[in-house]
Design a protein. Sequence first.
Length: 62
Amino acid sequence: MTRIASLSAILAAAALLSACVFAPPVTTSTDTNAVTKMGEQALATCGAGNVKEVSAKSFSCK
């Protein structure tokens, strides 16, 4: 009986550790457009040469 319990525990641990992670699909065209628009906004706000970082949702100035 202890072998069955041990085997069940090992199989359960293996199943939990090998679970799949589902991520939403990446839409590069939408992200590219969003980054481009945010980059234009960053240049207008920060000025040329003063943009530190730009992402699809935000930007930061130096």
